[in-house]
Design a protein around this ligand. Structure first.
Ligand SMILES: CC(C)(COP(=O)(O)OP(=O)(O)OC[C@H]1O[C@@H](n2cnc3c(N)ncnc32)[C@H](O)[C@@H]1OP(=O)(O)O)[C@@H](O)C(=O)NCCC(=O)NCCS
Length: 142
């Protein structure tokens, strides 16, 4: 892989098909009805310029979804295709989103990691995030 052919670009609705394939084939990424094309388009529209993809030539090889509610930022679906891992792509994607959050005045970001995703935990620790032991996540279906 030549770095010259690897680019990080703002995520577009037209990336949906390739992103969904990457997420579907990546253990550690949990999919739900929030991930339909229609719902993803709404998310991107509400959170313009915060989510990114990485492409090697025309192939989509990485994603990060990012949004905020005016108070805290949230990151979802950080994924890099297996053959491209360990080259700093995940870190670069996260940095891009955090830079944009900061520019919007958001000074803290949260994310959810599936409890048994050990390599996910290692990644987040390596890129400077800390695990909370003082908070539990509660959810309700509407
Ligand atoms: C997590 C993921 C996005 C990391 O992407 P990546 O491009 O391989 O990560 P990077 O190369 O940018 O790594 C950044 C740092 O994390 C470390 N790291 C990455 N994966 C790691 C792992 N499995 N175990 C230990 N450390 C890891 C790297 O060593 C690097 O640290 P360093 O700079 O100190 O050397 C990728 O492994 C992935 O898609 N995993 C499956 C999906 C997933 O679990 N996503 C997280 C969901 S919450």
């Amino acid at each position: 892989m030549s770095n010259a052919n690897v680019t990080i670009l703002e995520m577009q609705p037209s990336d949906y098909h390739d992103m969904y394939e990457l997420w579907r084939s990546t253990p550690g990424i949990g999919l739900s009805n929030a991930d339909t094309k229609e719902n993803l388009e709404k998310f991107l529209d509400r959170n313009k310029g915060l989510s990114f993809v990485c492409k090697h030539e025309d192939r989509l090889i990485g994603t990060v979804l990012c949004g905020h509610d005016g108070r805290r930022g949230y990151i979802y679906h950080a994924a890099v295709a297996e053959a491209y891992r360990g080259k700093g792509i995940g870190r670069s994607l996260i940095e891009k989103s955090l830079e944009k959050l900061k520019a919007e005045g958001i000074n803290k970001c949260h994310l959810f990691v599936i409890a048994d995703n050990t390599s996910g935990h290692h990644f987040w620790t390596s890129v400077g995030w800390y695990k909370r032991d003082d908070i539990l996540v509660y959810s309700k279906d509407l």
